[in-house]
Write a protein that binds this ligand. Structure first.
Ligand code: SF4
Length: 351
């Protein structure tokens, strides 16, 4: 059944005031909230906070500001130095976009961040969320800021039964009803603080919540049920045989093709991974005389692999012959197996 959510102007404006009052009393003291609102600082904190916690990002934020107090300073800094200071925050493509963005602000906007959501969206590395957050927090512009935490609060407020991610457009629509020019920059921050302290993923503290009066999730008695998540579908299963060729404290590994899964990494030679199990007659064995040693499972993002391990001790002459015939094969001492990804290290346990 389609969910129709009507806007109740009176209730929304009353609860909006209640949440902003709560925010005035309980707002978190975060480094990027101290001092005057500076678009550079807001932007820097928002980029750092993607995929990490406030506690983890805070020292990086302070260090960046110490080294590069303005966007111009950051734009002029050597890329290697910025990357080195970013190390530990992960997701290095964000750091590269950070540099590109700082340079674009200097080169194309005279060192000043655009003050509209549309203008901000044109900068490298700024998606819908970051552009809306910077427009609201730095420039006090009404913007519909939605991250996973605000999504949770909205899904609970309206008891949205549609599972994520299908519910996203509806969540965006209901969240827009709360956006207003009045304290436009405080509004998303108030929602963020509420989601961190009160409307937490587990055990929401509804009795402390200023939105409780209008919250359908609370009235349902099961607020933590929202947002509803789509049932996980079973991953497809694939099958392979790994050929473990060992001799003299070492095993044969192959350098995988650059493109494709685990591209360019070392692996144990194996049959193609396919939808049906292999029979001994089908598998193209590098040498005669392999013996089954066991089977293991490894789960990738898109499929689960069931891999049999066939093992064979090989003489020095056999190994030399194999290496001559396969340019991308090499002998790797067991002590160096850390160079292999987990899916292949699992095969080595059968030695
Ligand atoms: S009443 Fe409970 S579920 Fe509703 S917004 Fe507040 S904390 Fe979240």
């Amino acid at each position: 059944m389609a969910l129709i959510i009507e806007k109740d102007e009176g209730l929304v404006s009353r609860l909006r005031v209640a949440l902003l009052d709560w925010y005035d009393r309980h707002r978190r003291d975060l480094p990027w909230r101290r001092g005057a609102r500076d678009p550079y600082r807001v932007w820097l904190s928002e980029i750092m906070l993607q995929q990490t916690t406030t506690a983890h990002a805070a020292p990086y934020y302070s260090r960046f500001l110490e080294l590069w107090p303005t966007v111009g300073d950051l734009a002029a800094a050597p890329e290697e130095q910025i990357m080195a200071e970013w190390a530990g925050l992960g997701y290095y493509s964000r750091a590269r976009n950070l540099i590109k963005c700082a340079r674009a602000v200097v080169a194309d906007h005279g060192g000043r961040f655009p003050d509209s959501e549309e203008g901000l969206l044109g900068l490298p590395g700024l998606g819908a969320y970051t552009a809306a957050a910077v427009a609201a927090i730095a420039f006090d512009k009404p913007a519909n800021v939605i991250d996973g935490n605000i999504e949770r609060v909205m899904a609970r407020l309206y008891a949205i039964e549609t599972p994520l991610p299908d519910a996203k457009p509806l969540i965006r629509r209901v969240a827009a009803q709360w956006v207003s020019a009045d304290r436009a920059g405080d509004w998303p921050q108030a929602l963020m603080d509420l989601s961190a302290a009160v409307c937490r993923p587990k055990a929401p503290q509804c009795l402390l919540c200023p939105l409780r009066e209008g919250c359908r999730g609370f009235s349902s008695g099961k607020p933590e049920k929202y947002p509803v998540k789509a049932a996980k579908t079973a991953k497809p299963r694939r099958y392979g045989i790994a050929f473990l060729i060992v001799g003299d404290g070492a095993f044969i590994a192959e350098r995988r093709a650059d493109k494709g899964l685990l591209g360019g990494m070392l692996g144990v030679p194996h049959t193609p991974w396919r939808d049906t199990p292999w029979t001994a007659a089908e598998a193209d064995q590098p040498l005669p005389g392999f013996r089954p040693a066991g089977t293991y499972e490894h789960v990738f993002t898109h499929f689960a692999l069931e891999q049999a391990v066939w093992k064979r001790e090989a003489t020095a002459a056999e190994i030399a012959d194999l290496l001559r015939r396969h340019n991308d094969w090499q002998l790797v001492p067991f002590a160096e197996q850390k160079a292999l990804p987990t899916v292949f290290r699992k095969a080595l346990k059968f030695v």
